[in-house]
Design a protein around this ligand. Structure first.
Ligand code: GDP
Length: 324
């Protein structure tokens, strides 16, 4: 089996962990958004890659959704002694990742190579691929502050400003990596994780050649809702959809992806939308999509893999969870 998933941070990472449990890490490639990446004191920070990496390594801080579990912030206290109070906090363990990434890139490695090395050192068998080695930067056009770099909107302003539109600086000139396109071409199942469609998945889809690869893919393509009962499980997805004039429902998400997906997974609390999504010409799976623990992650991903198997002419045998 060869499963490829498109992912942002939190929602994507939880789903990736479920897939690693249900199909096995060697059968899995995660293509990760890098448009949230930025520099802090010269360090290259890749929040979504790190969340996926830490989650798959069992190191993630599940309470915050970012950083390393049990991390300390001594460096923050020391910075304060210098009279500096950065609004972006980096933990003492977390900073090791950024130091190594920055140094390897300074010595000429690209982000794909660096991610492979960091993943290997954390004993992760899943292949984690940044969507591009080029620079793409998410910018959020807000009613209150005008255009903000993504981390200022998200962290400094705690995603409270009203979103008018989202821009991806550099996307026209950026290319998906060879590995990313090859993964999509050779996948037997492609999944859009329950990530923020506008912030996390859109930059991946916006890279030249990615949508064509999806249109041409032999694999069934399934999207999983990040919206449950009119709200996001975490983060600004529902709020920003409302602000941009889109109803925060699984139907809106399905419509957003409809042109290139074959199936959509919505939450059982939203079963009322199933018929409308079917009417878009999509296969539909209604189930519990809220991943509260690792068992939920495995159960959901296994169901999604079996659903994908139903959408292809030749069955691959699907997924059966190991007995615990
Ligand atoms: P970010 O880059 O850290 O914002 O991460 P993502 O874009 O990957 O994830 C954010 C999205 O994940 C939000 O829209 C959440 O609603 C969604 N999400 C988080 N946890 C869950 C979950 O357990 N189930 C579902 N269906 N969606 C989730």
């Amino acid at each position: 089996m060869n499963v490829v998933a498109l992912s942002g941070g939190v929602g994507g990472a939880k789903f990736a962990d479920g897939l690693a449990q249900s199909v096995g890490p060697e059968a899995l490639t995660i293509i990760v958004n890098t448009a949230d990446d930025f520099q802090l004191y010269g360090l290259r920070i890749s929040p979504d890659l790190d969340t996926v990496m830490y989650t798959l390594a069992g190191l993630a801080n599940v309470d915050t959704g970012w950083g390393v579990s049990g991390d300390t912030f001594e460096n923050f206290g020391m910075l304060a002694k210098y009279g500096v109070q950065p609004w972006f906090r980096v933990g003492d363990r977390d900073v090791a990742t950024h130091l190594l990434r920055t140094e390897m890139m300074r010595l000429g490695a690209n982000l794909t190579e660096v991610t492979q090395v960091l993943s290997q050192r954390l004993n992760i068998d899943t292949r984690i691929l940044p969507m591009t080695n080029d620079i793409v930067r998410t910018m959020v056009d807000t009613a209150e502050f005008g255009v903000l770099p993504f981390q200022e909107y998200f962290v400094k302003h705690k995603w409270q400003p009203t979103v008018k539109r989202i821009l991806f600086d550099g996307i026209e000139k950026a290319n998906p990596t060879f590995e990313t396109l090859r993964a999509l071409e050779t996948a037997d199942t492609i999944i859009l994780c329950p990530s923020n469609p506008y912030l996390s998945v859109e930059p991946v889809l916006g890279l030249s050649g990615v949508k064509d690869a999806l249109f041409n893919a032999a694999a069934p393509i399934i999207a999983v809702t990040p919206i449950i009962g009119g709200e996001a499980v975490k983060g600004p997805a529902a709020k920003m959809m409302r602000e941009m004039g889109v109803e925060p429902t699984p139907l809106s998400v399905a419509q957003h992806y409809a042109e290139f997906i074959n199936g959509f997974v919505l939450d059982e609390r939203d079963a009322e939308y199933a018929d409308a999504i079917r009417a878009l010409g999509l296969g539909v799976l209604v189930t519990n999509t809220w991943m509260r623990d690792r068992n939920d992650r495995a159960a959901l991903t296994c169901e999604v893999i079996n659903f994908a198997d139903h959408l292809r002419p030749e069955k691959l045998g699907g997924c059966r969870l190991p007995q615990r």
